[in-house]
Design a protein. Structure first.
Length: 465
């Protein structure tokens, strides 16, 4: 990376949690001129980061680490006390995974709040919830910090002076840096005007677009200044769940339309194209296929369902979105069975494993469901993914990982495209077909032209086409 931005009036910021959200947030804030210290309990992760090694696959991220550390604006530690002591603004970016009940597991957030409370002094601090958290979390974090600080405050004669703000992220894995530095909007949920203005000032260079990001150009449709939505914390917390739930609903809707299209002889790709021109609907998230995955949609829908149920409301639309997504994954197996007959003893190759392109994340990936179902039916399963195979080898010990698309095809009775990596569009389909035992191609992302594959002799399967 070149042209690390000069520091103007940078703030001292702590970011607690070095996963996708925390690491990208820390790097982005350091890039726009703040001094950032990132904290994580995982010593191995911190050691790798201190060496300039990125523990996650995210385009452009690793190249930014060493220059920012050399410039003195980015540091990594396991010492939360040191980070809090040095910082006036503290981001909480720890995980809130789905619990057995479907509600968000808030144990990591609670633990961090307690630890912050134990080590603060009387200096004013803003604590920002960046994690996706249920409504009421800002109040809970405030209460826990005050309770944890009570004895220390009494002993040293100070009153904790904090504001807890909800400022949810809207980043997409695979384009996380772009989404963080060129956001569609910034949400600030604060109870005090002081905190709201301070957080807006923290984001000022992002809001104004007053920086360069070499190698990752600004999107052509990026709005400047970035819209800032200031509201109360509960609304900001609810907003994040509502946004992700709506996107999941949109995908599940087009997948249900695909099921109807198959039965009536329509092409869902043409239907989606047509309805997407309506500005009230738009084209994004209208791509039918094998369903959504990742760390957010399932977790956030489930958490919102749990919140609704705890307040006596039955969220039927959210239930429907989840049901359609489960069904569409299972339909991939049904399609293969319809084409191949019994699947026992067959060899099937999975093209792509990560839940989406440009990431190695396997959380709730459709590939996991499909692979395990096939193995359970006695299928020999092979797989290839450009970056996710090291993680997949641990999650799918019964799957044979191969070196490229063509080794994957050797001896296969069918290939199923699971992840629409851009490089797969350039596959030599003639070579692929020659290597297969049977030329069955299940296009789980409706990425290929059906007429072309059929002309090449493939038995082409898709969703809604």
């Amino acid at each position: 990376m070149e042209n690390v931005q000069s520091v103007t009036e940078g703030r001292q910021v702590a970011v607690i949690g070095c996963g996708y959200v925390g690491l990208v947030t820390g790097v982005a804030l350091a890039h726009i001129g703040h001094s950032v210290i990132c904290v994580d309990v995982d010593q191995d992760r911190i050691t790798r980061l201190q060496r300039g090694e990125c523990p996650i696959y995210e385009p452009g991220l690793e190249a930014m680490l060493s220059p920012l550390m050399s410039a003195g604006r980015l540091a990594f530690t396991t010492d939360l006390v040191e980070a809090v002591d040095r910082s006036g603004i503290i981001f909480i970016c720890v995980g809130t995974p789905m619990s057995d009940t479907g509600a968000a597991d808030m144990s990591a957030v609670e633990k961090v709040a307690d630890e912050i409370g134990h080590c603060i002094d009387g200096s004013y601090r803003i604590i920002i919830d960046k994690s996706t958290v249920p409504v009421g979390t800002a109040d809970m974090v405030t209460q826990r910090i005050h309770e944890a600080a009570r004895e220390n405050a009494r002993r040293h004669g100070f009153v904790p002076d904090i504001d807890v703000v909800s400022s949810p992220e809207f980043l997409r894995e695979g384009s996380a840096l772009l989404d963080t530095l060129y956001p569609s909007r910034i949400v600030i949920g604060a109870r005090s005007e002081r905190a709201a203005l301070d957080v807006e000032a923290l984001y000022a260079r992002i809001i104004d677009g007053d920086f360069e990001l070499p190698g990752l150009p600004r999107p052509s449709d990026h709005r400047l200044p970035v819209p800032v939505a200031t509201m109360d914390p509960a609304s900001a917390e609810m907003l994040k769940y509502a946004a992700n739930s709506f996107l999941a609903l949109k995908i599940s809707f087009i997948n249900e339309m695909a099921a109807i299209c198959e039965r009536v002889g329509a092409d869902v790709t043409q239907v989606a194209k047509g309805i997407g021109f309506d500005p009230r609907i738009g084209h994004p998230f209208l791509k039918a296929g094998i369903g959504w995955g990742g760390s957010c949609f399932l977790k956030d829908l489930s958490a919102l369902r749990s919140t609704a149920a705890s307040h006596g409301y039955d969220p039927v639309l959210l239930d429907a979105a989840l049901s359609v997504n489960e069904w569409v994954r299972e339909s991939a197996i049904v399609k293969l069975e319809s084409e191949l007959g019994t699947l026992e003893g067959k060899t099937i190759g999975l093209l792509g494993l990560s839940f989406k392109p440009n990431t190695d994340d396997l959380r709730d990936a459709p590939s996991l469901v499909v692979a395990r179902r096939l193995i359970g039916l006695g299928v020999r399963v092979k797989a290839y993914d450009p970056v996710a195979m090291p993680r997949a080898a641990e999650a799918l010990p019964g799957v044979k990982m191969v070196s490229d698309e063509y080794e994957l095809a050797e001896g296969c009775d069918a290939i199923a495209l699971i992840t629409d990596w851009p490089q797969f569009r350039g596959i030599d389909l003639v070579r692929l077909k020659k290597a297969m035992r049977q030329p069955v191609f299940l296009d789980g992302r409706n990425q290929f032209d059906p007429a072309r594959l059929k002309a090449l002799g493939f038995r082409y399967l898709a969703f809604g086409r």
